[in-house]
Write a protein that binds this ligand. Structure first.
Ligand code: B1M
Length: 228
């Protein structure tokens, strides 16, 4: 049997590397211990998120694509990732930033990927945006009910599948039909999207990652405030 690893003896790169390996292997408890050890060393939550958890999930994605990993294993990795994210969540959302606006966000119909959407939601909250998170598999009615109920500045949609990203256009076209398109800024994101797709479906903003989603939300909310 191998000796247990003493996390405190590892240097930064070894610790992040171990976190990526354990995320790959779906070892939630171990990933949580490594996140806590990073925090104990004073690393920033966003740094741990991107250089440990997201980097680990990128490797999972490659091996999933190549048929090395299958859904049950990827689910374990996703659970390990969520364990780490839950520890970082309070640090990402409690920044004390002044309230900038409100957003409704959800993963579109047919799609159950929520890790990236959750990360965007946390970071928006940390930037002072009140977030109503509708979860996964959101259809037009679910989005519209939330828009009516919460009257946000931003409607955010996430999609991770090439088969579900066209549903964003269904939502935007339905907004036009109901004459409510211009009431909201539509932000879209997810791995298969790009600027050209966002332009084609007439979304207002495409965000490549969560950090960009924060920068662009701040920018567009301040423009919206100054116009109002
Ligand atoms: Co899925 N899956 N998956 N999967 N999965 C992908 C997306 C895939 C690319 C894997 C691959 O083949 N390499 C592939 C899609 C291929 C395609 O469409 N071209 C794929 C597939 C095929 C599938 C299934 C169909 C597999 C099957 O059943 N045979 C199935 C579909 C289920 C469904 O949705 N109906 C499926 C299932 C799953 C799991 C359930 C096992 C699990 C999801 C668990 C969960 O989310 N709770 C899973 C996972 C984990 C992945 C990968 C490996 C990782 C996704 C992830 O969480 N990344 C993924 C591979 C990959 O993307 N490289 C893959 C980490 C996350 C932080 O990044 O989500 O990109 P991401 O979010 C980023 C940005 O995109 C952006 O900011 C985030 C943070 O920086 N962003 C936004 C995202 N949303 C945003 C919204 C915004 C702004 C920015 O504003 C509103």
């Amino acid at each position: 049997m191998n000796d247990p690893i003493n996390l405190q003896e590892l240097d930064r790169e070894e610790l992040l590397g171990l976190m990526m390996d354990d995320l790959y292997d779906g070892l939630r408890d171990e990933v949580e211990d490594e996140v806590n050890e990073c925090l104990r060393r004073g690393m920033a939550a966003y740094e741990i998120m991107t250089e440990g958890l997201v980097a680990g999930m990128d490797i999972v994605g490659v091996d999933f694509r190549d048929g090395v990993l299958f859904v049950p294993e990827v689910l374990m990795s996703a659970k390990a990732m969520k364990g780490g994210m839950e520890i970082l969540r309070p640090l990402l959302i409690n920044s004390g930033a002044p309230q900038l606006g409100k957003a409704v966000i959800g993963t579109v119909k047919g799609d159950i990927h929520d890790i990236g959407k959750n990360l965007v939601a946390m970071m928006w909250e940390g930037a002072g945006i009140e977030v109503i998170d509708l979860g996964i598999n959101c259809d037009v009615d679910k989005f519209f009910n939330a828009l009516d109920q919460h009257n946000p500045d931003i409607l955010g949609m996430s999609a991770l599948l090439t088969t579900t990203m066209p549903y964003m256009k269904v939502v935007i076209d339905s907004m036009k039909e109901r004459n409510i398109r211009d009431k909201y800024m539509v932000f879209v994101g997810g791995a298969p999207l790009n600027d050209a797709f966002a332009e084609e479906i007439e979304a207002d903003v495409y965000c490549r990652d969560a950090a960009i989603a924060v920068d662009l939300a701040k920018k567009h909310l301040s423009i919206r405030r100054s116009k109002a």
